[in-house]
Write a protein that binds this ligand. Structure first.
Ligand code: CP3
Length: 372
């Protein structure tokens, strides 16, 4: 395995100096790319695509062929974990993810078990290994999982939800039962992320997409406390081969594996999120990055936060919006780090050329900022 040709993303997460601000995009492999749609069609379904390491590898690399992104993200889904728990994930056309079985009562909770990442989720670790080989050291590979709370939302609701009525009913009526689900999820997520790290993931990200749906107080108890338990259990280093002068493996060294926690709608709780021991907090577009930087201080790096819909504008406006995000953060200084990203996943209606413009402007303008 070659050493990394571009480690800017990992350096920013470690809050070390970089010559530009690294950029990648949530859902960078997805339906806005015609080549993704072609592979998905060949796969027959989104789930088949996730479950084939070769095709998952192919779509992971697609955005990197088009754009000089600074990181790759494993192509998979957060719902592979509850699927591996036997809940029967399926995608109804145009309706998003659904589960055949929900977890809402004592009996269903008692049936829950932590899946073995080496068995039920073997296709994911196989994909990680396949992608690392194909990347050949170009950029780092990010592994990911949903947070215990966000996974519980889908498990209890049986799919997406606009009001979270079922899980909040459980939360208020039977908090003990919800906490049993969260405890299983925390074990499952930690084992799953550690398996991805062992297979080659060079950073991991926890998506707490629905943390922001919780009341203050409930967020800390039902989301953050369980994400903290995951972060505490992560094996945050991996063995990387060291090459000798002849280009052959000459031993190995331990390298850190940073962890990013992204809570959509979590802007009010930034300091508390930064305190759970992660290396970076992801923020959505409601947050001012300069203020976020002041609040987080030197505890963590920050990832974000362009409104994905800014990519629907004309190229000049896309460039201006990218500069506004970089200006809001300011030039990274001692003990701080910024990874440019969107504030949530890229829209399937994004013109692909605007992504070129965005990545170019982040690279160009962040270099200019560093020159003063
Ligand atoms: O970022 C990447 O490129 C990696 C791939 C990735 C996907 N899902 C692929 C996907 C990642 C990191 C996810 C995470 C995910 N999945 C989250 C957390 C992030 C977030 O968006 O808040 C959530 C909540 C899910 C659950 C999920 N999967 C939903 C709600 C949907 C349907 C929404 C939609 O856009 O249709 C999915 C399907 C899904 N996951 C798609 C992709 C590319 C679209 C499926 C398709 O090809 O039809």
């Amino acid at each position: 395995m070659k050493p990394l040709a571009n480690d800017t993303f990992l350096r920013a997460l470690r809050r070390e100096p970089t010559d530009h601000t690294p950029v990648w995009l949530m859902r960078q492999a997805g339906r806005y790319l015609p080549e993704y749609n072609a592979t998905r069609k060949r796969a027959g379904s989104f789930l088949n695509l996730c479950k084939s390491p070769e095709m998952a590898c192919e779509v992971t690399l697609q955005p990197l062929e088009r754009y000089p992104l600074d990181a790759a993200i494993l192509f998979s889904d957060i719902l592979t974990v509850p699927d591996a728990m036997g809940l029967g994930l399926y995608f109804a056309e145009g309706e998003g993810p659904k589960f055949e079985r929900t977890v809402r009562d004592e009996a269903a909770v008692a049936r829950l078990a932590v899946p073995d990442p080496g068995a039920e989720l073997r296709y994911v670790t196989d994909a990680v290994r396949t992608i690392r080989r194909a990347l050949d050291g170009r950029v780092p590979l990010i592994g990911f999982s949903g947070s215990p709370w966000t996974l519980a939302c889908y498990m209890v609701e049986g799919g997406g939800s606009s009001d979270f009525r079922q899980i909040k009913t459980l939360l208020y009526k039977r908090p003990d039962l919800l906490e049993r689900i969260l405890a299983v999820n925390a074990q499952a997520v930690a084992a799953y992320l550690n398996a991805q790290i062992e297979a080659g993931a060079q950073a991991v990200m926890i998506f707490d997409s629905w943390g922001g749906a919780l009341a203050d107080g409930a967020f800390q108890r039902f989301s953050l406390a369980w994400t903290r338990k995951v972060v505490e259990q992560l094996v945050r280093e991996r063995d990387e081969p060291v090459l000798g002068a002849d280009g052959r493996a000459a031993g190995s060294r331990k390298v850190p594996v940073p962890a990013i926690v992204f809570t959509k709608g979590g802007g009010l709780w930034l300091e508390q999120i930064a305190d759970i021991g992660c290396d970076a907090v992801g923020v959505d577009w409601t947050v001012n990055l300069g203020q976020a930087r002041a609040r987080v201080g030197t505890r963590c790096a920050i990832q974000g936060n362009l409104d994905p819909m800014a990519l629907m504008a004309e190229p000049e406006q896309v460039r201006a919006e990218a500069r506004a995000v970089l200006d809001a953060f300011g030039t990274p200084g001692a003990g701080t780090g910024h990874v440019f990203n969107l504030g949530h996943g890229i829209s399937q209606f994004t013109p692909p050329d605007n992504v070129s413009v965005l990545v170019d402007e982040v690279h160009r303008y962040s270099r200019e900022q560093r020159r003063g």
